[in-house]
Design a protein around this ligand. Structure first.
Ligand SMILES: [Zn+2]
Length: 254
């Protein structure tokens, strides 16, 4: 039986749901401690194998944040240095890919899922994505497609493998974005959630981390009265999902 999410609980005035994933945790970079000290229920995406990856994962979990692994995947364009240590690249054997994912899971304790850092090349590579998703499945982790490529095989594979998955709707920032840009992207994210019942946004700590934090905080004050709640991303992605042409997330009720 297939029921669009927004109508799933008839008769109750359910609030729309927004998930805010903040990527690139793991190093001592701008925005990390602002977010960890604040009470915005973000989902904390930690890059493995950085100086503070394990420490920040443990701290975020203790503070009540949902933690996911921000797995570095090779892009079509970009410098190797942007990927950080032990990335997943297209030259690796299937066994080596699995081994790196298993090490990443150890390095980012308490993780409930995985999303991709960069990866425009890898998300279209079925051999490698299947290897990553097999390890995710072994560890009962969901997968979020950060949406860095239109050729991603993640949704298709996740459905086939019956893995929980979600896809990013809106990027809240980029490397040049101002506090005001982040604010506007947040309004867009809330509008999407109200239209569809739920929406997933992704922002970043790093060079512009303070602007991202401030832009989100400004927007939340302005959006206070909206019928939207911020939830961990696992609250949005059901057991098995598909997207119908009207844009509703569909929950497949088993
Ligand atoms: Zn990233």
């Amino acid at each position: 039986m297939i029921i669009p999410a927004v109508f799933a609980e008839e008769g109750t005035e359910e609030k729309a749901k927004v998930a805010i994933i903040i990527d690139d945790f793991g190093g001592n970079i701008d925005g990390v401690y602002r977010f960890l000290k604040a009470e915005i229920p973000i989902t904390v995406a930690v890059m493995p194998f950085l100086d503070e990856s394990t420490e920040q994962s443990v701290a975020a979990d203790e503070l009540g944040f949902e933690v996911i692994i921000h797995l570095p995947l090779e892009p079509i364009k970009g410098k190797a240095s942007w990927l950080g240590p032990m990335p997943i690249t297209s030259d690796l054997s299937t066994e080596e890919v699995k081994s790196r994912v298993r090490k990443a899971i150890k390095d980012v304790p308490h993780a409930k899922g995985i999303n991709n850092h960069m990866g425009s090349k890898i998300v279209g590579n079925e051999r490698i994505m299947r290897a990553i998703l097999e390890v995710a499945s072994e560890h009962n982790l969901y997968i979020i497609d950060s949406g860095t490529s239109a050729d991603s095989v993640i949704p298709e594979l996740a459905l086939e493998m019956k893995l929980r998955y979600g896809v990013r709707d809106t990027f809240l920032d980029d490397t040049r974005s101002s506090r005001n840009h982040v604010y506007k992207q947040m309004l867009k994210l809330y509008d999407q959630a109200e239209r569809r019942g739920e929406a997933i946004g992704i922002g970043h700590v790093g060079i512009k981390g303070t602007d991202t934090f401030n832009g989100i905080s400004d927007a939340l004050k302005y959006l206070e009265d909206r019928q939207v709640e911020i939830v961990p991303v696992s609250d949005i992605i059901p057991t098995a999902i598909d997207v119908d042409p009207s844009g509703f997330w569909q929950h497949i009720v088993e």
